[in-house]
Design a binder for this molecule. Sequence first.
Ligand SMILES: [Zn+2]
Length: 215
Amino acid sequence: MITVKSFVFNPFSENTYVVYDDTREAIVIDPGCYEPQEKKELDEFIKSNHLTVALLVNTHCHIDHVLGNDFVKETYNVPFLIHKKEESLLRAVKTYAPNYGFSAYKEALPDKFIDEKDEVTWGKSQLKVIFLPGHSPGHIGLYNPEQKILISGDVLFDGSIGRTDLPGGDMDTLIDSIQQKLFILPDDVIVYSGHGDPTTIGKEKISNPFCALSS
Ligand SMILES: [Zn+2]
């Protein structure tokens, strides 16, 4: 049984997820924690729930999703996984982080690349990797079919979609990713987005103003 815990971190109100199961093993997805208080909040949750962190994964490598990578990788001594096509975006973050006021940002580099058809496994659980380019070139979603859980990053939001004006973004590619890879999932799949509240595939399929399927 997988449990999804979310935190809202940094001035971009980014959702950080800790996903764990009955074995008490956990993965951390998109740690956006930057301020000491945010890192403490994440760590206290992990400790007080007796979780062992097994992996760090980024859905994509925009600054708001990577600020806490180094903290998680170093604190829990875990491998860090991204899609290969995000590596250049990740490496760019340290060059522009000070311009956004994150002068204390410390880069963590990936240990392994993951792609569609791979599975992220830990404890007794797994999440399938879905390649979802458009918001960024190597964006991935993470999907558990048994419990109908999707970690969607910045591809699909409750009533919105990811922006496509950043480097490597493309609107047609993003809409294709959503309609061809996500809207084929069951309607009752819960979508945990990179920002804002969770939604469902069914709701977005009929009402999302940017990508709903016309009937
Ligand atoms: Zn993003």
